[in-house]
Write a protein that binds this ligand. Structure first.
Ligand SMILES: [Zn+2]
Length: 328
């Protein structure tokens, strides 16, 4: 086992479930689009299509732990997913596509402490946000994940100051979605802008901007330049390269590979989002043989590691999350 700060960590892995084990998780599978997405998720996780009828909770955790064990990674940050909330703290469960409660996430991570690092999710407008933050900190959580445009989180709201200050004083890292989103319904498009992260940064929070604020669809705005312009001012700001081995998000890769930006990039896959060499090949970042070789790797976490190396991300990008967890 390598020393703590040399651990190779995937900082962006989603836990999902169907509630079959009493987890409290749910996945919304009403529309044909959601059912198709669920089939992709199950396939990428290396599970049979029947997993959606046969107890996804337990099957996914077992399979994911195997995939981490069989990869060149040492651990992954496993993520909960809170509900969308109104600004006044009213939960909006009908607006969510999936839900993974913190209690379940913490229990899963406690069963696999070497492989899973808990990334809890707390909407700061929740009436119990401070108490839940305290509870998760007591349970050892060091990462908090939010998806502001889909969960309706207004980072710039002054009333959230105590929440960010508590995170900062507790060395808890904010992993925030940035940029557009097309896999999930968006409640507030304005919240895709990474410049809204200024307020948590001003409060002292270490922030990882997921997807480096790139474009997720064909016509959405590209916020990557705005994010990169913030790096000089905010030494505690980083970006992850999660989901960038996908056919549309791969367009962000050329912007984050040059020096010195690449020293702020952290490895992430966005499991169970599909990982393919097609996009990096189309961008001219890998050759066709490397794309073909990547598609023969059945373990999606390792396929993403393989592609990130081939694209040009070095060893330090795999260990940067461990250093943040050590130093924060
Ligand atoms: Zn994600």
């Amino acid at each position: 086992m390598p020393s703590a700060s040399l651990r190779k960590i995937d900082c962006h892995v989603h836990l999902l479930g169907d509630g079959s084990s009493g987890s409290g998780c749910w996945l919304r599978l009403k529309s044909i689009v959601h059912r198709l997405m669920a089939q992709v998720i199950v396939r990428e996780a290396g599970l049979p299509p029947s997993a959606l009828r046969e107890g996804l909770d337990a099957l996914l955790v077992t399979r994911l732990a195997e995939q981490v064990r069989d990869s060149s990674l040492d651990a992954v940050v496993l993520l909960a997913q809170d509900l969308p909330h109104r600004d006044d703290g009213t939960p909006l469960p009908d607006q969510g596509t999936f839900y993974v409660p913190n209690s379940y996430l913490l229990a899963v991570c406690a069963r696999h402490p070497d492989r899973f690092i808990p990334g809890v999710s707390i909407h700061p407008a929740r009436p119990d946000a401070m108490a839940e933050l305290e509870r998760c900190l007591q349970a050892g959580a060091r990462v908090l994940k939010l998806l502001p445009n889909c969960l309706n989180v207004d980072y710039s709201a002054p009333r959230h100051r105590p929440f960010w200050e508590k995170m900062a004083e507790s060395n808890m890292i904010l992993l925030s979605h940035t940029g557009g989103e097309h896999s999930l319904p968006v409640l507030c498009h304005r919240f895709a802008d990474p410049r809204l992260l200024r307020f948590p940064l001003e409060c002292g929070v270490t922030v990882i901007a997921a997807h480096c604020a790139g474009r997720s669809g064909l016509w959405d705005a590209d916020h990557t330049a705005a994010l990169l312009a913030m790096f000089d001012q905010w030494p505690r700001l980083f970006g992850d390269n999660s989901a960038l081995c996908s056919p549309l998000r791969c367009r962000t890769l050329p912007q984050i590979l040059p020096e010195p930006v690449r020293h702020r990039i952290i490895h992430g896959s966005d499991f169970p989002i599909a990982v393919s060499g097609f996009g990096p090949w189309r961008m001219g970042l890998i050759d066709r043989a490397t794309w073909r070789r990547s598609s023969r790797e059945p373990n999606v976490l390792e396929r993403d590691v393989f592609l990130k190396r081939a694209i040009g991300f070095d060893d330090s990008h795999f260990t940067r999350m461990a250093q943040l967890l050590d130093n924060a």
